[in-house]
Write a protein that binds this ligand. Structure first.
Ligand SMILES: [Zn+2]
Length: 175
């Protein structure tokens, strides 16, 4: 039902300094959509192949587009303009990846492939870059809703106590 992803040869892309651009519907990215208030809209991506100074194949990935996050205070929808560019270095396999020293925060190393899934890459990058606790600067109406829901669900304990006390008083007076 959903369109197939796009694959690239990451090593060839770097070698030929190729640029690839495209768009993907947010709803097409299932893991990301599950984290959002709405999966409307689309993300644009641009991939620029690079050979780094020491000869490593790499690419700059830019992703941008509007996302609707879930505000962690009011559970409402929070518009968020995502725009991020990151450098990725392609390594040959998991073994090489795991043997790399963790020194360079500027560059992420990932396992390259002759058939690298672009949508998965874009999706991983967005998920890892989202704010951990997204919040409105100022929550609007939904907070009021939240309060009234709480009030309706749980009876006020003081009202319950008062009712009990009144019952007791009544029965005392009656006996
Ligand atoms: Zn909010």
């Amino acid at each position: 039902m959903s369109e197939p992803s796009i694959t690239i040869d990451s090593f060839e892309l770097a070698r030929s300094l190729q640029r690839i651009t495209g768009e993907v519907a947010v709803a097409r990215l299932q893991r990301l959509s599950d984290m959002l208030a709405q999966s409307d809209g689309k993300l644009r991506y641009q991939i620029d192949g690079v050979i780094e100074q020491e000869g490593s194949p790499a690419a700059d990935l830019r992703v941008n587009g509007r996302l609707y996050l879930v505000c962690q205070r009011c559970n409402g929808s929070l518009e968020f303009d995502f725009d991020r560019t990151a450098r990725f270095r392609f390594v040959a396999n998991e073994e090489v990846l795991n043997s790399l020293p963790i020194e360079d925060d500027e560059v992420d190393a990932i396992v390259g492939s002759r058939a690298m899934n672009v949508y998965d890459w874009v999706e991983d990058e967005v998920i890892l870059s989202l704010p951990l606790v997204p919040r409105h600067d100022e929550c609007s109406a939904p907070v009021t809703n939240e309060r009234s829901v709480v009030a309706a669900a749980a009876p006020n304990p003081f009202a319950v106590l008062a009712a009990l006390r009144n019952d007791g008083d009544d029965s005392e007076r009656r006996s």
